[in-house]
Design a protein around this ligand. Structure first.
Ligand code: ADP
Length: 260
């Protein structure tokens, strides 16, 4: 008899099931929203350099722009930007899907930092920013993938130099509570407290760095965070507008050294 049945919404199991379906639907909606955001961000990021290249090529073709080394340099700059963007995107998608192989082994941080200081110093113009290193000689090895650590550092140092037209950038490494810490400190433009929570989001760039056409893609820090996490570390940013920024990340230390 139908009238003897308990109404569906009074059966606790059914209520719980309905709740969990609701929850799942909301989560899927979130995933779908993030995917849509990604595609729209991506289209925007790709369209900007393409529009510039297209404009120059059309101008050159119909004679409204005169060919000059300046024009070719601009074309080359935009093409490099596109290539960087595509490379970064591939890295990011692999890192987010967890496909980036991490080949962790004992790694001496000081020599790696020293070689990076050397490499970047060679590119710096004299009298601009000074790059220096503070690394204790008795630092134990970290357990990390040398290539991935280098990739993170190239990104952090590149940013520090890019946003510090004049001043100093210091690399530091130290050991604390059984972890290795590596910091890149700069005395550059800094990041406002409103912007700071967003710096590790993909495609996020401060309005200032968008305006300055600094050539960034807003992906580097998102990749770096993922690479640090894949190596069981954390990455943190501190900054003060007009004073400078500190980006630091941790890596595990080999067990036999942490128990000393
Ligand atoms: P980008 O390729 O644009 O540098 P990132 O993901 O590396 O992308 O950085 C995201 C944004 O964070 C930058 O566009 C910039 O606005 C800000 N940022 C990153 N590092 C620094 C820094 N050292 N000083 C000031 N701003 C920074």
């Amino acid at each position: 008899h139908l009238e003897e049945r308990v109404p569906a919404n009074e059966i606790p199991e059914l209520n719980r099931l309905a709740e969990s379906f609701n929850h799942m639907a909301k989560e899927l909606e979130g995933v779908e929203q993030r995917r849509r955001d990604l595609v729209s961000d991506l289209s925007h990021e790709l369209r900007t350099p393409l529009t510039v290249v297209e404009g120059y090529l059309e101008g050159l073709a119909d004679g409204t722009i005169e060919a000059s080394s300046d024009i070719y340099q601009r074309l080359a700059r935009e093409t490099t930007r596109l290539r960087r963007l595509v490379n970064d995107l591939q890295e990011l998608s692999q890192a987010e899907a967890g496909y980036l192989p991490i080949n962790a082994k004992p790694l001496n941080i000081c020599p790696l930092l020293a070689s990076l200081v050397q490499r970047f110093s060679d590119q710096l113009l004299e009298g601009t920013t000074i790059l220096s290193l503070e690394c204790p000689a008795d630092l134990p090895p970290a357990i990390a993938d040398p290539e991935r650590v280098e990739q993170i550092l190239v990104n952090l140092i590149g940013n520090a130099l890019r946003y510090t037209p004049q001043g100093s950038v210091t690399l530091q490494a130290w050991q604390e509570t059984g972890q290795m810490w590596i910091a890149v400190k700069d005395t550059g433009q800094g990041i406002s407290s409103d912007d700071l929570p967003h710096v590790f989001e993909r495609f996020w760039r401060s309005d200032r760095s968008r305006d300055r056409h600094s050539g960034g893609t807003g992906i580097g820090l998102a990749i770096s965070r993922r690479l640090v996490e894949l190596q069981k570390g954390v990455i943190l940013a501190e900054s003060e507008l007009g004073k400078g920024s500190v980006f630091r990340f941790s890596l595990p230390i080999a067990q036999r050294f942490t128990t000393l």
